[in-house]
Design a protein around this ligand. Structure first.
Ligand code: BGC
Length: 981
């Protein structure tokens, strides 16, 4: 006892000394460290990218500072061939500019396949020079150097069968060997495929080495583009994988988006193909190029991946594994290759964050239920016989038993596991978003209670089959050529198995998530969390509608509705840059945009609220990231679309807008679809005016002229709209659904401010009379709360947010949602499953409400005259409704990861009814803060000091209903008070 006490004391002493030393040290370090640092150096939105094909890449950096009012007065970028910076390629010179994002390279033409190091100096507000401690780099791709006669290879025999993917044969694998003749300095591989490919070298999977020494792998490469026009290639540094002597290189290719079921035969049934170029640089300065060609490469379909399809899953036979990517492997049984001449488009460097397994989001089973057979219980399908229930952990599965694994979260990706069992045992995994809740057909169940609910997958088989090679050491596996949308996974096997572990891998574009949103209301927090999970699951190479059923397509309506929210939740700048090219590729000769991009499934062109995504999304990306280049790249295409809209004169009207098939998709209240198309035409014309103005450099250039042209167009649409849809005596709208009011208000289509206020009042009344419930579909819901708050109807927006009945956001949360659903009632505890013909449990459109959460609840809003958050608006709108406290939001705290750094905005309702606002304006930005006079506030203070005297507040205006503060960068805690001064 005594000894134990002494030991405790001793440990306490050591901890104390360690703590004081350690924290003392940190404190010292802080005091001597510069208070302003440059960080997050990026090129084309990426940190240290390899293989970019941009002639004049754009640079950006972030300035972090604890000095109020810190900003950049001038900057200088220095590009060099060497890391030490002595072999200078380009010195921008000192640029008197505060710009720290999107600065374009201005040196001589960059060389292909070359690494450039770069650094940045800035001169701060006091003209003190600060140098980036980080030495960043980027590496060009092939640029104009081309593919050096690299061929698209296909397997020679049975090639026509490749695309059919029958279970009797595997997917094609390609291999070659090469020898090093001299000492190697560096090596790169540039690779692409028609289909999805995976790349191997000397027995290892090719990936990207991280700074911490680990390797990460790109998945589902090269991603989905319009294969008639564009395919991507990726670049990998393979220096460390190459050995002296003979090396083996190989690739597996599956049908993916090229010829798999998801392609809906869009590109025809062509053989899968692979193409690569290896660039070796020797220490003596010489270079060697190796390429895919029919003489040096062989292929086989005798591969372990027997079948792979995005909808249907993957079949893998581990008994067929071989040493095919080891040098010296006997490939005499392999077949010859031939040239695949299908593809004649552009092979471009991959753009954006690759699709990856997002390790930080790995899912573990919450429960594992093992059952054996089904017992009739008077319901249609009966109930499972539960044998045992486990938490996470190893488990065994006897032949005849089935495990139902619940990960607790609906997500997108696949499983990885370690299994032990006899050779030839087949493990089958199926995936579902929901479990059957009762075995009752009249509740929409498709099988016994506790089994997977599969009906909403429609024809997608979403099945993983793995045949064991056997052995006591166990075997690990995860698929790589398919993906599933699931929360539950069912495992069964043809013989006894032991699973050491089973994990859920979250797969999607690895867009950085630097934003958070938290309130004091757990249901609202859950809702936000569900939105983020919906985004993670539906941004996988393309922005998809859903990730589980036989669809998973880039529906443009869903994309535009959610795009602004998406840009608040994560960094989607490069993702939408890639998408914009897909849109241009899929545009029709008549100017129409398809309903899904890449064009697929023959779902029509020029359809209202879907097609206009080609204009709306680039505008949103411009607002959020200040990306003018995206607007200018897209401009001709947008004009072409507008030209098509201009041809749509019929029914006695000049301005009809696009086609009307989808209307206010899935709404609870009908809105005349032609009314919607006219409003969207006005919306597009308004955006075209803004986009033209943003691109204009002088008052009479073509963009300025176009801006005027689109303003006139908008005015004309508005005039005809009023003739068509308002009462000539009262100016009131004649189409009176919630969505109709929202569209007219958002697009400023009413006669005057009186008519506008009347429409707003009518909308608020309609919502009230509907029991504070929405009746809107995709079109209306996408703008619902945003539009209400644009007109200061925040209380109605809060009523809708906190509504718990059907339809409402929290209704789905209360029914158990862990993502956003396609329908508010996709599943209800009362009635079971909704219409299975279209019932996705991971459909992000209604998650557009998170745009409102950031823009109005927290109040972080881009300034369209100064996009990308160089200057921005803070307009927090507290919940001031006169409702019981437990139904009221009392605190909000949000962080938005802008390219200038973290913007923070939060508020708290204090016990005395006054509000406290906590705000961070990042260095090198400024903000206009609008504080409403909630609780009849008369003053704004920080620590008791009047706001106008607070450091960083450059102006303070006391307006009728609000205070307006111009803020320099810094952190502020403001209190509004209704006490007299
Ligand atoms: C998709 C939707 C899409 C719609 C268009 C559905 O099948 O899942 O999200 O926008 O079709 O009508």
């Amino acid at each position: 006892m005594q000894n134990q006490k002494r030991l405790q004391l001793l440990l306490f002493g050591i901890t104390f000394v360690f703590h004081s030393f350690f924290f003392g040290f940190i404190e010292n370090a802080n005091t001597i460290q510069a208070a302003t640092v440059i960080k997050n150096l990026r090129v084309e939105y990426m940190k240290n990218p390899i293989g970019i094909d941009v002639a004049n890449p754009r640079f950006s950096w972030e300035i972090e500072s604890d000095v109020t009012g810190m900003k950049q007065n001038a900057c200088e970028i220095i590009l060099s061939y060497d890391e030490s910076g002595s072999d200078v390629v380009w010195d921008s010179g000192i640029m008197q500019s505060g710009q720290s994002i999107g600065i374009t390279y201005g040196g001589t033409a960059l060389s292909p396949s070359t690494r450039y190091y770069w650094t940045v100096n800035i001169w701060d507000k006091d003209n003190i020079k600060i140098t980036s401690p980080e030495k960043a780099f980027f590496e060009t791709g092939l640029l104009s150097s081309g593919w050096s006669d690299a061929q698209w290879l296909k397997i020679k025999e049975n090639s026509d069968l490749m695309a059919l993917q029958s279970a009797a044969q595997g997917i094609p694998m390609f291999r070659s060997e090469f020898s090093l003749t001299k000492a190697l300095k560096s090596a790169r591989i540039y690779a692409s495929a028609l289909g999805i490919y995976d790349l191997f070298l000397n027995g290892q999977r090719v990936g990207t080495r991280q700074a911490d020494g680990t390797t990460v792998y790109d998945e589902m490469k090269p991603g989905w583009t319009d294969y008639r026009k564009t395919v991507f290639y990726s670049t990998y540094d393979i220096t460390e994988l190459i050995v002296n002597g003979v090396n083996a290189v190989g690739a597996e290719v599956s049908s993916g988006w090229f010829t798999g079921n998801i392609a809906h035969n869009e590109y025809g049934q062509h053989p899968l193909a692979f193409k690569a170029k290896i660039l070796l640089e020797y220490t003596d300065g010489t270079k060697e190029t190796l390429v895919t060609n029919t003489s040096g490469w062989k292929a086989t379909i005798n591969s372990p991946i027997r079948m792979a399809d995005i909808y249907d899953g993957e079949t893998y036979d581990a008994r067929k594994e071989s040493e095919w990517i080891i040098a010296g492997f006997d490939d005499s049984q392999w077949q010859e290759t031939e040239i695949n001449d299908y593809f004649t488009g552009d092979i471009l460097a991959f753009v954006g964050q690759p699709v990856r397994v997002r390790r930080e989001l790995e899912q573990t089973p919450q429960t594992i239920t093992i059952y054996n057979g089904i017992t009739p219980d008077g319901t249609t399908y009966g109930n499972i016989n539960v044998v045992r229930t486990l938490g996470d952990g190893p488990f065994t599965l006897a032949k005849g038993e089935t495990a139902i694994v619940d990960f607790g979260q609906n997500f997108v990706g696949w499983i990885n596991f370690k299994v032990t069992g006899k050779q030839g045992t087949r493990l089958t995994a199926r995936f579902a978003e929901m479990l059957n809740d009762s075995g009752k057909e009249n509740r929409g169940n498709d099988n016994a209670k506790g089994t997977l609910y599969l009906r909403n997958l429609r024809s997608a088989k979403a099945t993983l089959r793995y045949t064991l090679k056997g052995g006591e050491q166990g075997e690990t596996f995860s698929p790589s050529m398919t993906y599933f949308g699931f929360r539950y996974c069912e495992i069964s096997a043809t013989d006894d198995l032991a699973l050491e572990y089973l994990r859920g891998d979250v797969v999607g574009n690895a867009n950085e998530e630097n934003s958070t949103f938290v309130t004091d209301n757990e249901s609202v927090n859950k809702l936000y969390n569900n939105v983020v999970w919906g985004q993670r699951g539906n941004i996988l190479s393309v922005p998809t509608d859903c990730p589980q059923r036989d669809e998973r397509l880039g529906w443009m309506g869903d994309t535009q509705i959610f795009s602004h929210a998406a840009a608040y939740n994560a960094d989607v700048a490069s993702f939408f840059h890639k998408w914009a090219k897909d849109v241009r590729d899929s545009q029709q000769p008549d100017g129409t945009y398809p309903s899904v991009v890449p064009d697929n499934w023959n779902v029509g062109y020029g359809r209202t609220a879907w097609a206009e995504a080609g204009i709306i999304v680039p505008w949103n990306i411009y607002l959020m990231y200040g990306d003018r280049q995206l607007l200018s790249e897209q401009y001709a295409s947008m004009e072409k679309f507008m030209d098509w809209m201009a041809t749509r004169q019929f029914d006695g009207y000049l301005y009809n807008g696009g086609d009307t098939q989808y209307g206010d998709w899935l709404s609870y209240e009908h809105t005349d679809p032609r009314f919607i198309s006219v409003c969207y035409y006005a919306y597009a014309a308004q955006l075209m005016e803004k986009i033209s103005s943003a691109l204009s450099q002088s008052s009479n250039d073509v963009y300025a002229q176009n801006a005027a042209k689109y303003r006139t167009l908008y005015n004309n649409i508005k005039t005809e709209f009023q003739r068509r849809y308002t009462d000539s005596r009262t100016n009131a709208l004649t189409v009176t659904s919630q969505t109709a009011y929202l569209l007219a208000l958002k697009n400023d289509l009413l006669f005057d401010s009186a008519a506008t206020q009347e429409a707003l009042a009518a909308l608020i009344n309609k919502i009230r009379n509907n029991g504070n419930k929405l009746s809107t579909g995709f079109v209306g819901t996408g703008i619902l709360n945003q539009t209400l708050s644009e007109f200061y109807a925040d209380s109605t927006a809060y009523d809708l947010l906190l509504q718990r009945e059907n339809p409402s956001w929290l209704y789905s949360v209360d029914q158990g949602a862990t993502t956003i659903w396609e329908r508010w009632n996709s599943y209800t505890i009362d009635a079971g499953f909704g219409d299975a013909s279209m019932n996705s449990f991971n459909h992000y459109s209604y998650g557009a409400v998170s745009e409102w959460m950031f823009r109005f609840m927290a109040g972080i809003e881009a300034d369209e005259n100064n996009p990308g958050f160089k200057h921005f608006v803070l307009q927090p709108r507290p919940d001031t409704r006169n409702v019981p406290d437990d139904n009221k939001i009392k605190t909000v705290s949000a962080e938005y990861g802008s390219y200038y750094g973290k913007i923070k905005s939060g508020w708290e309702r204090k016990d005395d009814g006054n509000y406290r606002y906590t705000i961070t304006v990042p260095a090198n930005t400024s903000a206009t803060l609008y504080l409403l006079k909630c609780n009849v506030a008369t003053r704004v203070t920080q620590n008791g000091v009047e706001a106008k005297k607070v450091k960083g507040v450059i102006s303070f205006t006391d307006e009728k209903n609000r205070f307006v503060l111009e803020l320099e960068s810094g952190t502020y805690v403001f209190d509004t008070q209704n006490a007299p001064k």
